[in-house]
Design a protein around this ligand. Structure first.
Ligand code: AMP
Length: 220
């Protein structure tokens, strides 16, 4: 196991469990969890110009344009906390984003350690996304199927009433999956060709997926 900073990409459809596994990698390896979806949601909550722009795409289940997405993520990873390694969750989602990341890393002499593909069938993704709820106060994510709150509808940590993301509602979920297959899935081949692709069976329970990905990252 090397001491060099690790830069790991989690690739997979919405609902594959990238956010959950990214948090586990953050804790286990001291990485910074960079979620483009969370960055957009923070901007949307503050109604920044970027947040207002992103909102229009997010609510339809479409991707936010590459230029603003790339700029936002590049600014985030330029912050000093990222020098010890990053786990990317939800970025890159298009070939243009992957190329922009490659170009930035080439300039800075950094290397992507691995792209972990979390595989889950569409039928299961639809079930999982419709069962996903979150706490608007602290951002904790629950799943009524695999990780329910102790008290129905309430956050375990602070009791706040849980909410469902607008884009987890059925009409938008279908569109997000189409967008994943047409725009993001080509990255599987992109990273396979670069020799960086590793795969995990995302249909196992959280602990089993965790064990598989921790093992892969430990070997880097
Ligand atoms: P997520 O939480 O990763 O599912 O992202 C929620 C939404 O934010 C997506 O459906 C997109 O509208 C937008 N988004 C997040 N990451 C990206 C990205 N890398 N490129 C474009 N849009 C993104």
């Amino acid at each position: 196991m090397s001491d060099a900073p690790r830069y790991i990409i989690l690739l997979g459809a919405p609902g594959a469990g990238k956010g959950t596994q990214a948090e586990i990698l953050r804790e286990h390896f001291g990485l910074v969890h960079v979620s483009s979806g969370d960055l957009f949601r923070e901007n949307r909550a503050k109604q920044t110009p970027l947040g207002k722009l992103a909102e229009k795409y997010m609510e339809k289940g479409e991707l936010v344009p590459d230029d603003v997405t790339i700029q936002m993520v590049m600014e985030r990873i330029a912050r000093p906390d990222c020098v010890n390694g990053v786990v990317f969750d939800g970025f890159p989602r298009t070939e243009a984003q992957a190329q922009a990341l490659d170009a930035a890393f080439a300039r800075e002499g950094k290397k992507i350690g691995a792209t972990l593909l979390v595989n889950v069938r569409d039928e299961l993704l639809i079930q999982r996304l419709s069962a996903r709820w979150f706490c608007p106060a602290d951002g904790s994510v629950y799943n009524l199927l695999s990780n329910p709150p102790k008290q129905t509808g309430k956050c375990d940590k602070d009791g706040t009433a849980l909410e469902q993301r607008n884009d987890d509602k059925p009409e938008t979920v279908t569109r997000r999956l189409q967008v994943y297959h047409s725009q993001t899935a080509p990255l599987i081949e992109y990273y396979r060709q670069a020799g960086l692709l590793r795969e995990a069976d995302g249909e196992q329970n959280i602990e089993q997926v965790q064990a598989a990905i921790v093992k892969i990252v430990e070997m880097l």
